[in-house]
Design a protein. Structure first.
Length: 80
């Protein structure tokens, strides 16, 4: 499972920084049509990661946790 290993925030399955690309795809599928809820979840993870990774610049963690959902295409289409 692509879950975080804390306090280092690496993926238990692949060892990449969490959320790894596999978990990002899983989260996008899980939160289809619920991007606000995904943002709330990732914001909570971001706050925890900031505490755990206190020496890492907050901007790096911000990009890692909070920007990728808006860079990925949505699965819904605008019809009409």
């Amino acid at each position: 499972m692509h879950v975080p290993i804390r306090p280092v925030w690496t993926c238990a399955a692949c060892g990449r920084p969490w959320p790894c690309p596999s978990r990002q795809r899983q989260l996008m599928a899980e939160y289809t049509d619920a991007r606000v809820s995904l943002s709330v979840f990732l914001s909570a993870c971001f706050v925890q990661a900031c505490a755990d990774l206190a020496t890492m610049p907050a901007g790096v963690l911000y990009r890692r946790f909070l920007t990728w959902p808006y860079e990925m295409p949505t699965t819904t289409t605008d019809e009409g």
